[in-house]
Design a protein around this ligand. Structure first.
Ligand code: G6P
Length: 369
């Protein structure tokens, strides 16, 4: 087992550090910005169904559901296709409306999650075309899907999903760009910019991983916290959910992820001088609004930990702790901004003496309802 962990103390840490490679592997042979090439071999026969889709329904569970939320933004922004992101367990039991012209995406690391599998069986029986985004080759979901794309992140052993998440975002981004390009809903310029930026993501994730020592120090300070709030907007809203999920899964600290603007409708009541609030506040179209949300937390004496874009001059004047990540396109930022949150939950869990690779009550793959 020590050999399998490749010198890391836990599988989770190894998998966090494998992300530059996993994201690179996911793009290999599929994307070349130089040649303006974006080819997904697993999406051929039904590619036109996707391009002409009237609606996309994404079904998934857990971390994969968070990838689906980011993908909703990709597909709507780039392809102008309306998207619904569904918990597979809810979708399957509510007699969902599936029309001709709808396509369904199932996102699953293991490809074996019972609820996701049952949801796509149902959709398939109603005539929907199913695209699978799985990590495990030959898994049940990949077999039952009409077409799809593997994430090629390599085996993920830690129960808390890390590299599968960033690889899912990579694949979903490539799919959305490919569809948008064919549909003509993206300008050539933006399309090309995004291909170049995608290719740069592994190097940016590598840089974000260098924050490890700084994040360890922040973890020391908050290891005994009883609660955490994570806030973000736009593309960083699902990142807030994912950051909170990672922390509760492995450290057993209660954590809530929320869209930052929605805080005033509830979570703001929880904020006092004891409450750590993690803001994912990178430079994007909602930056100014997030800055106001940070001020609202400060006014209530909350302790702000902010993930910001390198060189940000404003937020460091407000936040107790600032974590600077490399700049990228806002659509791709989740792949970078999630890295410090994975590390934060990892270090806090280790400091609390938790079993990070096999947290209590959780399973890597949930093959029962
Ligand atoms: C379990 C795992 C999570 C995972 C979820 C969905 O709860 O502990 O890490 O996100 O299942 O799994 P899937 O294999 O379908 O992505």
């Amino acid at each position: 087992e020590a050999i399998e962990k490749g010198g890391y103390e836990h599988f989770m840490l190894k998998e966090i550090f494998e992300q530059p490679r996993a994201i690179g592997d996911c793009m290999r042979g599929r994307l070349s910005a130089n040649e303006g090439r974006l080819v997904l071999g697993g999406i051929r026969e039904y590619a036109n169904k996707l391009v002409n889709a009237e609606r996309i329904i994404i079904v998934a569970c857990g971390t994969s559901w968070h990838s689906g939320l980011v993908a909703e933004y990709f597909f709507e922004e780039f392809c102008r296709i309306p998207v619904e992101v569904e918990y597979a367990s809810e979708f399957r039991y509510r007699n969902p409306v599936i029309n001709e012209g709808d396509v369904v995406f199932a996102i699953s690391q293991s490809g074996e999650t019972a609820d996701t599998l049952a949801a796509i069986e149902l959709a398939k029986s109603k005539g929907a075309i199913i695209f699978g985004v799985c990590n495990v080759v030959g898994s049940s979901i990949s077999r039952i899907s009409h077409e799809g794309a593997y994430t090629h992140a390599g085996p993920e052993i830690g129960v808390a999903s890390t590299k599968a998440f960033t690889a899912q975002l990579t694949v979903l981004n490539m799919i959305a760009l490919r569809v948008a390009h064919q549909k003509g809903t993206i300008t050539e310029r933006r399309y090309h910019e995004l291909l170049v930026e995608l290719e740069n993501i592994p190097a940016k994730v590598e840089k974000a991983l260098k924050l490890d020592d700084q994040i360890k120090a922040i973890s020391e300070r908050f290891q005994n916290a009883r609660n955490f709030i994570y806030l973000g907007r736009g593309y960083n809203f699902p990142v807030a959910l994912e950051g909170a999920l990672k922390l509760k899964e492995i450290s057993y600290i209660h954590a809530e992820g929320y869209p930052a603007a929605e805080m005033k409708h509830g979570p703001i009541a929880l904020i006092d001088e004891e409450m750590p609030v993690v803001f994912i506040a990178t430079r994007d179209s909602s930056y100014d609004k997030v800055v106001s949300n940070i001020q609202e937390v400060k006014a209530r004496k909350g302790k702000v930990i902010a993930v910001v874009t390198e060189g940000d001059a404003l937020i460091p004047q407000m936040a107790e702790f600032v974590i600077e990540v490399p700049k990228t396109d806002e659509a791709l930022m989740p792949m970078v901004s999630v890295i410090p949150l994975q590390l934060l939950s990892y270090h806090i869990a280790v400091m609390r003496g938790c079993n990070v690779d096999q947290p209590r009550n959780l399973a890597k793959s949930v093959t029962v309802e």
